[in-house]
Design a binder for this molecule. Structure first.
Ligand code: BEZ
Ligand code: FE
Length: 334
């Protein structure tokens, strides 16, 4: 007598469809068959997404005449990408970043109008433990890099100040590392949380960020080498701005002049986010701003314009409508 439990292998409970798929005698029948099955997807949005996914995946395999060896290499790559992930390392997001998918999804989901500030990729280095910083204080401890003062206002699209907006900001030190990349991190550095004042103004001391590589010791690093692409981000300062009733903004500012500005490995740079840092060579002014060594500093000035939630929803609906009309127009033609 066997000790095996008396259980039978069972299906997921879904019955066979009420039609028969033709048994394929040509490769394109395989594509047609899966599309016919995908029609069964109950949720219309899921159905739409998976039909498009299958269409483009199969088209890709056909167009590239993908070999079995190449497909197995891709499976191995994806397996290793997943295995590289830990609570602190997200290699799948990094893959989406270097393929431009993160930037594209962000851009489609955060369309702007009316002079509102554009978004940029969040990246993996935001943390929730930044210290509160008062107007004019520093987000960086002394010696972390060349002095930079950041100032501006948080405004509505019609130029009204938004007081009490919460601004989270983070950047690299002058070695090109975020604080979280140091094994001996004891406290947050080069990051801070501040609020706009009654006139919507904010101001804080920081350091001039430098260009830095995204993690290159995993499958995504290998991929970039295979593609002959560098793994550098141009220097930038991240900012995330939230105020009640306004659409949350995740953005970054990119000082002009960086060698990597026009080939960002994660496609985060937008024209409107490129800034000119002013050189302030004035010892007295430098000390007045709170920089203890005096000398000179760079000045980053930028007014950040937020959309209300309603404005953002209206713009997104408009983009979706235009997109749907384009898709319908295309499917009517085919
Ligand atoms: C960043 O800017 O921090 C970043 C964004 C995407 C991937 C890696 C880093
Ligand atoms: Fe960054």
């Amino acid at each position: 007598m066997s000790d095996a439990p008396e259980v039978k292998a069972t299906s997921n409970g879904i019955s066979p469809p009420n039609f028969h798929l033709p048994l394929p005698d040509r490769p394109d029948i395989i594509t047609a068959n899966i599309q016919k099955l995908t029609e069964l997807t109950p949720d219309p949005r899921h159905r739409f997404i998976f039909k498009a996914l299958v269409k483009h995946l199969h088209q890709f395999v056909n167009e590239t005449s993908l070999t079995t060896g190449e497909w197995m290499a891709a499976i191995d790559f994806l397996t290793r990408t997943g295995q590289k992930c830990t609570p602190l390392r997200q290699e799948n997001i990094l893959l989406s970043d270097v393929l431009g998918v993160s930037a594209l999804v962000d851009a489609l989901n955060n369309p702007v109008a009316g002079g509102a500030t554009e978004n940029s990729v969040l990246g993996p280095f935001y943390t929730e433990d930044a210290a509160d910083v008062d107007f004019g204080e520093s987000i960086a401890s002394e010696g972390k890099g060349d002095y930079m003062y950041v100032e501006g206002r948080i405004l509505t699209t019609d130029g009204q100040p938004i007081p009490n907006a919460v601004i989270e900001t983070w950047e690299t030190d002058d070695h090109g590392f975020y604080d979280t990349q140091y094994a001996d991190r004891s406290h947050p550095d080069c990051r801070g949380r501040l609020r706009s004042d009654d006139d919507g103004k904010f101001g804080y001391r920081a350091v001039v960020p430098v260009a830095y590589p995204i993690p290159g010791d995993g499958p995504v690093g290998e991929l970039l080498l295979l593609l002959g692409r560098h793994n550098m981000r141009p220097n930038h300062l991240h900012m995330m701005v939230e105020a009640p009733g306004f659409h949350k903004l995740v953005t970054a500012f990119y000082p002009d002049g960086c060698d990597y500005l026009r080939s960002d490995c994660v496609f985060g740079v937008k024209k409107s986010l490129v800034v000119n840092l002013k050189d302030v060579v004035d010892d007295e002014e430098t000390r007045k701003r709170g920089f203890p060594q005096g000398g000179s500093f760079k000045l980053l000035q930028y007014d950040i314009v937020l959309l209300t939630e309603d404005q953002s929803a209206t713009i997104r609906a408009g983009v979706e409508e235009r997109y749907t009309i384009t898709q319908d127009h295309k499917s009517n033609k085919s």
